[in-house]
Design a protein. Structure first.
Length: 306
């Protein structure tokens, strides 16, 4: 098994003064898939994947399928029977770099689990991941949703569009978002995929190529922030929960430690500024629909402190 924490994570834990909590929480990290985790992933219909291209750009994608499309072939091997849309960079990235970060998330039960390791795509499109780190996360900031099977499970690309800035329609999508996913890479090259949630408006647009979002209190492991601290290359993913469309952004993230700026954002421990390099919008052909039920009770208010 690789080290529990990477250099960036250790540095941020020290800066935040949360080394003790991080050490305690590290006891939950395993290199194999325990029985409860096996049962959990086999019931899921979606999984998030973070990969990096030859140019160092991080992309974060999502794969879907009927329950059972994810399975544990053994205690250290996960198999995913689902192909991403044609324009998604996931397969191309894995062919040049096998490092991958996975996040299985059940919105309805507010359960999430990370699986980091090395991925391989075979000729049939099956993705096999050899695990290095497996661990659960707290249920905070997960909005309760349920997937409607009548809408279908598989993503089929109708249209894809590349750009280097977010359009006015995409800006409105981000303004209304209550959830996004973030992909990052450690200085050592290990990948990670994580979830971020809050009330609509918690992600701010500074301009057509720059976002700002709060970092709320979490598990003190600083997996994402630790990566950003040492390697700013970042991917962001926004999902249209009414159709299955995706908005994927790749760029660079910078942590803001200034207490005056942070104090303007209720509940924020830190802020992150994300600068966009490239935008990929993929329009889904067959609807994948999640019904919204309620916001997470942990979401901080967005009423500014002035």
């Amino acid at each position: 098994m690789i080290g529990v924490y990477h250099a960036g994570e250790l540095a941020v834990q020290k800066l935040a003064g949360e080394e003790f909590l991080a050490e305690q929480n590290s006891k939950s990290i395993r290199s194999v898939i325990f029985k409860g985790a096996m049962a959990f992933i086999q019931t899921q219909s979606m999984i998030i994947a973070s990969t990096v291209g030859e140019n160092g750009k991080v992309w974060i994608s999502f794969l879907t399928g009927e329950p059972g499309f994810i399975s544990a072939a053994s205690e250290n091997m996960v198999t995913i029977m689902s192909c991403p849309p044609a324009s998604d960079p996931l397969i191309k990235n894995l062919l040049s770099n096998p490092e991958i970060g996975l996040l299985a998330i059940d919105f309805n039960r507010r359960i999430r689990m990370r699986i980091n390791g090395k991925g391989e795509i075979d000729e049939s499109g099956r993705l096999t991941v050899t695990t290095e780190q497996v661990y659960g996360n707290c249920p905070k900031y997960i909005q309760k949703r349920s997937l409607q099977p009548s809408g279908g499970f598989r993503r089929t690309q109708r249209h894809a569009q590349h750009s280097n800035k977010i359009s006015s329609e995409q800006q409105e999508w981000i303004r209304l978002a209550d959830t996004f996913f973030i992909g990052s890479a450690s200085l050592e090259g290990k990948m990670d995929a994580s979830h971020r949630g809050g009330h609509p408006g918690f992600v701010e647009l500074l301009d057509e190529s720059t976002l700002l979002f709060p970092d709320y209190f979490g598990n003190s492991m600083f997996n994402t922030l630790g990566n950003l601290y040492s390697n700013p290359n970042t991917g962001m993913l926004f999902i249209d929960f009414q159709a299955g469309h995706s908005l994927q952004l790749t760029g660079r993230s910078y942590i803001i430690w200034d207490k005056c700026q942070i104090s303007l954002h209720p509940g924020a421990e830190r802020l992150v500024r994300f600068e966009i390099d490239e935008v990929l919008y993929i329009e889904n052909d067959t609807p994948i629909i999640w019904d919204f039920h309620e916001f997470s009770p942990a979401n901080p208010s967005l009423v500014r402190n002035y």
